[in-house]
Design a protein. Structure first.
Length: 178
């Protein structure tokens, strides 16, 4: 069963991010470097978007790059940060998948990219897909309750996406067979 919700409950046992903010951003205090994502100044935004529910989804990689992290929420309230520790082990917490059928619209070309992880009884699948026939990107996150198989799909707004999941191809993230 798939549902679309404006408000998504907090899923899993991630880290609630709190603390003192040091940079100024849009007239309020913030530790983030941009209105369009939830990456800190020492991180590079690899992928992200503003969802239809006005929350942000970001995949950030440290500048060296020693760790990768997923964040979901708003600047003033990050609801989920995964994994909890910013260590080299974080790369093994995710799985990247890509399917590419080239040839453009004449061959019904597709470029399907996903990044997934499991946390607290839920599977999270971030999607960054392109359909050449429609000449359209489709970005979303699908949250699956592993006990009930109930799905919640949170779609991206059409504008304002940051980066792309293809940046993870060949990275230290586990690469799924296509």
């Amino acid at each position: 069963m798939t549902t679309n919700r404006d408000e998504v409950p907090y899923f899993g046992a991630g880290v609630i991010v709190e603390g003192t903010y040091s940079q100024t951003f849009e007239g309020r205090n913030s530790k983030f470097i941009s209105a369009g994502h939830l990456c800190y100044k020492e991180e590079t935004p690899y992928f992200g978007f503003r969802a239809e529910n006005q929350k942000l989804l970001s995949v950030c990689v440290s500048s060296n790059p020693s760790y990768i992290v997923y964040r979901y929420g708003k600047h003033e309230n990050v609801e989920l940060e995964y994994p909890g520790g910013k260590t080299a082990d974080s790369w093994g917490s995710f799985e990247y998948y890509r399917y590419l059928r080239g040839g453009g619209a004449m061959n019904a070309g597709l470029d399907l990219n996903s990044l997934s992880f499991v946390n607290g009884g839920y599977k999270y699948e971030l999607h960054d897909d392109y359909d050449a026939v429609e000449n359209q990107y489709y970005r979303s996150i699908r949250v699956i309750d592993l006990k009930t198989n109930q799905e919640t799909v949170i779609k991206a707004l059409d504008s304002g996406a940051v980066g792309g999941l293809t940046r993870l191809q060949g990275s230290r993230v586990k690469q799924a067979a296509s």
